[in-house]
Design a protein around this ligand. Structure first.
Ligand code: NDP
Length: 297
């Protein structure tokens, strides 16, 4: 039976280290500052933003939330970001996506100062990661957290391991593949047009599923002893819990996959908690750079 990778516990460890380092930074006169910007009333986004702000406070950060009306213009949003870009109390800026349809999200993201882009979505940070400059990049939080989970079970040296990443989104699949490549894995990115996905997955020492399809990756797609990272978060009906009830599952058929895997993340409690933890870690790194202090690794 596979080792279950406890993302909740590892995320708590990350947050504890971040909070301790944030305390030490006070001696340098720096308090990490995170600004979260939300436009409109999307209930899911409001929940995410509230939990990010809460976690920032838990880490001892200066936490600022800008809640703008749904009708806010592109120009007004750009003006706010430009103000945050030059605010010395702010080290990380996060614009909660999705933005209302009248706003050009791509253009807004590129307005963020790359050295405060703690989501890692600006071209500068994508380019840093893509050229292997991992230490100077801000890496998107979900793949960064997934990588930390992989390192916890396989160590930092992943040289020569075969990795398959299923999914090629800009926020998960592609940066995940770049991180694994930078760690000297032999990496294949699979997507909806990939032929014979099960056979490809069976080659993987490290298999990352970031697809958004409930339990798509079956047990017999998993190589014996592989590390399986399930990024997917899918809500499916759970009639066994009562009428109208739902439950969360990943992109991997967990019970089957766990029979072959050496280690595997559960859903919930695997990659999910790492995402917010890495947002805090990225903000701390930005503050450390501002203070001229070596960030913790
Ligand atoms: P996207 O929808 O942006 O990308 C999904 C990818 O999966 C695409 O590249 C798509 O291929 C590929 N895909 C879809 N169907 C298949 C298939 N049948 N076979 C192979 N590949 C397929 O999703 P995200 O990357 O944003 O998210 C992926 C999952 O991760 C979702 O469940 C999401 O909820 C979850 N997630 C979890 C986070 C966390 O904090 N744990 C954070 C972010 C996302 P193609 O490009 O060809 O269309």
């Amino acid at each position: 039976m596979a080792e279950i990778i406890d993302g909740k516990k590892i995320a708590e460890d990350v947050v504890a280290t971040v909070a301790a380092t944030a305390k030490d930074l006070a001696a340098h006169g720096v308090k990490p500052g995170l600004a979260v910007v939300i436009v409109g009333e999307d209930p899911a986004s409001q929940v995410y933003v509230a939990s990010k702000s809460r976690k920032a406070k838990e880490c001892g950060f200066h936490s600022v939330q800008h809640t703008l009306a749904g009708g806010t213009s592109q120009a007004d949003l750009v003006a706010l970001i430009e103000q945050l870009n030059v605010d010395p109390a702010i080290h990380g800026i996060l614009v909660q996506l999705p933005l209302p349809a009248h706003i050009d999200s791509g253009a807004i993201i590129q307005t963020i100062e790359p050295d405060k882009d703690v989501d890692g979505f600006t071209f500068v940070n994508v380019g840093r990661l893509g050229t292997g400059e991992v230490d100077s990049a801000f890496v998107p939080c979900t793949p960064a957290g997934s990588m930390l989970l992989i390192e916890r079970v396989r160590g930092r040296d992943l040289s020569g391991l075969t990795a398959v990443v299923v999914g090629r989104s800009n926020i998960v699949g592609k940066p995940m593949a770049n991180l694994l490549l930078a760690a000297n894995c032999t990496v294949t990115i699979a997507h909806s047009r990939t032929k014979d996905l099960p056979a490809l997955c069976r080659t993987a020492d490290i298999l990352v599923a970031a697809v958004g399809r409930p339990e798509m990756v079956k047990g017999d797609w998993v190589k014996q002893g592989a590390t399986v990272i399930d990024v997917g978060i899918n809500r499916i009906p759970a009639p066994e819990k009562g009428e109208g009830k739902t439950r969360l599952v990943g992109d991997v058929a967990f019970a089957e996959a766990a029979e072959n895997a050496g280690s595997i993340t559960p859903v919930p409690g695997g990659v999910g908690p790492m995402t917010i933890a890495m947002l805090m870690a990225n903000t701390l790194v930005s503050a450390c750079r501002a203070a001229g202090v070596e960030p913790p690794r």
